[in-house]
Design a protein around this ligand. Sequence first.
Ligand code: GLA
Length: 539
Amino acid sequence: MGGYLQLFCIAASVISIAAAGETRQLGILTPPASPAPRINSPARYGARPGRPILFKLPVAGRDPISLDCSPLPPSLAFDRTTGVLTGKIDEAGEYSIVFTATNAYGEAAKSVTFVIGDKLCLTPPMGYNSWNAFAGGVSEEKMRIAADKIIELGLDRHGYVYCNIDDFWQKNPHAAEDDPALGGPERHEDGTVWPNSRFPDMKGLADYIHSKGLKAGLYSSPGPYTCGGCTGSWLHELQDATTYARWGYDYLKYDWCSYTQVATGAEREYHTRPYFLMGRFLAMQPRDIVFSICQYGECDVATWGEAAGGQCWRVSYDVKDRWEHVIERGPRAGEKNWFHSKPGCWNDADMLVLGRTVWSNGRLTQNECYTHMSLWCMIASPLMIGCDLSLMDEFTLSLLTNDEVLAIDQDELGAAAAPVLRGDGWEIWARPLADGSSAFALVNTANDEKVITFSFSELGMRGKWRVRDLWRQRDEGEFEGAYGFSVPAHATHLVTFTPLGGAGLKPCLKDIRDNYWRIPFDRDRAKAKDAAAPCNACD
Ligand code: GLA
């Protein structure tokens, strides 16, 4: 095991295990999958009354697995072979269904509450998006292969269900000369958007994705053109929303590019108008369409994204597979916005850059990949896989499919992490979880191995806590007074702390994140504090 533990109770001396100047890489930490069934569904699922439900129960374990559920509302049907639940519920309310999964190695059961109301995405959406894998080279065929691969690789068994086309399914007058497949009229005579010739059958594609129990997504921009110069939705917003629904799409990523050419009004109006418009038109459709706002965090999107009808909003510029991006873009924006995150409202730290992308064969080190995945889960970001699934490697797959790590992202409390302690070359992020425990990420931002340690009193923690290492999926033991771990350069150690009898936080702390307000920061904390819920941190 690469991750030798440096554990100690109260203060004890700690020995670093990396030789000077050497960068220890973590290798694969996720243990081999257990053959016993495990139901990886989040505990709550949101849908609107009367809209079609397509819910694929994520179940890991060795086939054959027999599935069952009870009680099943009469308007729903459950396919016991595929684990796909379909139908609709007309009456708003909460409907709990207990799913069971049984095979030769054991049995698992999980209660999932279907919350029929006005909220979608009660946990961050998970899936695949074509941009980082193919950029402008995407095609219907590549999307069909991606859907096949989600199933073949078993990604659906861990919760990845969206299969989303990014830019370049539309015509592109700017690129048509070099690439005739992108040429031709951008819209039909009645104004309906006309996909490029690489996408001959948008409805057929959505049907194909749905036939696998997955959900289909697409992309547009509120300006005349998208970021890649394809047809945008300007002056066709309602028609486009209606078309997406008619084709059967479940998710719209709505960018910003070229809207500046047509935007009017003062700052707030300038930045928000197209999203309020499209959000309203999507909500009018007879199917649930997730609205993913993509304007890079401008004008404090997290403060109005929900009102605009969004379920998630990008909070940073594009993240590429570079360490500076992974440690700065998503996380810093997550730090600025964590208190806006809640079920149905997610800060989007951008798509994952793990594995082979269109730009490279993976420029992040293994350690950096751990930090990327750990922090995205701590931030409660949507998790959109961004690599070419046909070229999936074992290491990347192990990062994407660690169910204990994914469970942090999908925790039903929806309380995104905040930094709670920071030192020279390291930081600790923490978030409370629905079961009363808290997740901690010990992040080494330095270029050498570091023992990251903290005393419980620094974070207002009292009593004895059980610690579990999530990447390695093993208990570390019981700790009182202090905790530390030797984390190699640019890596992250991800753990849960569960309070044992009588343990807990000082009463003056609402949850572990209140410690955020006690550490010195180099950013505009006063502004953040004003925007956050009243803070009751104690000294
Ligand atoms: C922007 C977005 C990316 C991607 C491209 C497509 O850069 O931030 O995620 O959608 O546009 O052109």
